[in-house]
Design a protein around this ligand. Sequence first.
Ligand code: 3HC
Length: 655
Amino acid sequence: MSALRFSDTISATLTDGVLVVTIDNPPVNALSADVRAGLMAALGHAEKDSAIAAVVLIGAGNTFIGGADIKEFGKPPVEPLLPEVIARIEDFSKPVVAAINGAALGGGLEVALACHERDAVPSAKIGLPEVKLGIVPGAGGTQRLPRLIGTVAAIELISNGRIVSANEACKLGIIDSLIESSLIDAAVAIARSAADSPLRRTGTLPVPPESTEAIDKAAAEALRKARGQRGPAEAVRLVRLAAATSLAEGLAEERRTFVELRDSEEAAALRHVFFAERAAGKVEGLENVAPRKIETVGIVGTGLMGSGIAVAALNAGYRIIGIEQTQEAAQKGRERITGILDKAVQSGRLDIAGRDDRLGRLAVVADAQGLAEADLVIEAVFDDLAVKTELFQRLDGIVRADAILATNTSYLDPNVIAAATAHPERIVGLHFFSPANIMRLLEVVNCEKTAPHVLASALAFAKGLGKLPIVCGVTAGFIGNRIFSAYRREAEFMVEDGALPHEIDAALEAYGFPMGLFAVYDMAGLEIAWARRKRQAATRDPAARYVAIADRLCEAGRFGQRAGRGWYAYPDGKRTVDPEVTAMIATARAEKDIAPQSFTADEIVTRLLKAMAAEGDALLTEGIAARASDIDLVMINGYGFPPHKGGPMFVAGRR
Ligand code: 3HC
């Protein structure tokens, strides 16, 4: 058994008459030009050598193939192109078996779909996530997948870019068998026996018939979720085409659409987001710093935020000690956490055993001494400086010397909290977004004295929770709320200048925000921000422009949706423009002698985007954010900025 080499990334061995071809292109075995050329050479060799009865394709490491090489997008194409390689596999005269040893995504799954048999390890992840990059599958995915699993299932998977487990893929019919034992041995045996029977070429199979009604329903659902993005809509169209035309025509139309979308601004934006997420994890100065092992997490305060954090950490396998001030509050905290888990069970996202396992790792007590065991303590108590500093001083006397202490403050200065403790170097900020068990964004605040290993541990913990951690420095509101404040201020200036709240909201929603700014205000409630403005009134620069309309609304008891009225009115719960608010706005303009001007939707969005980017520039200059792309991720994952626009800094050309 000697190794053959077909390119830098493709090698093979001959086992029992089967050529086992290994794709070794770290980190994810992406289908680079070298991989494509090597695969063609390996197939050429296998065709000519009569001692080879069949071929097995497998990936080196933990990935089968992570997809086309995204770094090649935007560069001149290099032959052989992926569709040629895939056609060669499907048409091959001898059996080609995909031994799926890990993720088979995008072009990786398209390679597997062209193979004559697909076998996978149970841990493999399978999917066509192209729409998340603003494109559609470009090498047969939209044409071959429906031939295997039907139009309805293919629409659902491709238009959402949903990645499924090998088990689900097997049930759907994407995978032929799950292999629990040695994958190579099993694949070689399967390939050998396949040599004796006719080959099952996916592209020659008919698309299984389904009712038009079911297909229309799946298509409508996909378009609803797409919120105007092109990728999912085109994916639906292409999948439907598979049943209506020949493979060759379907493939040609798919490729044409793929190329057009790949070169679009939407795809450039989503690629930016993809690479931004990978870059965010790389923090200067932490390259050689090992994170501390964290197993037991203390959470002080089990209210809305604390219970969400507890559920996120329980889901990730941590032991949790929740702390409350009284027995009764501890009981309530436990009920709140159990309630979130029960909801997950009711909706089918969690099974009873999973819930019980989580509850088995949870204790909520009224005695802070319980924190002596914790590796990390997160405080999620009332956002008040005196309350927080007193708590951290008390924790100094309870926790282990090597424990890490995190504050979840949104607006207080964590440097001040740290300075009040005996060991400021072990204090870090973990600014979760609500609901903390759902929101992916987590601002990790690197305080003035935070030790590198504490920051590294906080980052590793955040990643362990499945969050997207963004490191930032200390400033009022951190990255997200600083930009949000600037954007909010600009929106209120515009209201005074002539735009009505519903016009601003409509412009934002048309741009891709799930909800306009003023509708969000009303949903969240206006009281907390009003209280903050009143506290800040004494120190506010009297020369700075200040829009008092929100204060007037609160003075009139218009606290938002829960109160039945805010920026809008809510008769029967339905958001409607309220002439009373329009009149209040007109009065405010008149008091300042502002002659209202009209704004187009485009002008509204442009002005808001400019305000966000200007504040982002300030955060970069101040060293609060490490890179422009981190700011984009914060706005996308915490504030509803449409990912397919790339973020305010991307739009502003800070690339
Ligand atoms: N092309 C180029 N680079 C890629 C890549 C790809 N398809 N997928 C991942 N990488 C790079 C990442 O940028 C990162 O690089 P870095 O170390 O320099 O930052 C490195 O590989 C590791 O990536 P992750 O940190 O994401 O590694 P994980 O182990 O967490 O995840 C993965 C592995 C599940 C494969 C994940 O990387 C992933 O989801 N990749 C993208 C999958 C995808 O979208 N494929 C479709 C591509 S488009 C396509 O195939 C078009 C076709 O239809 C023609």
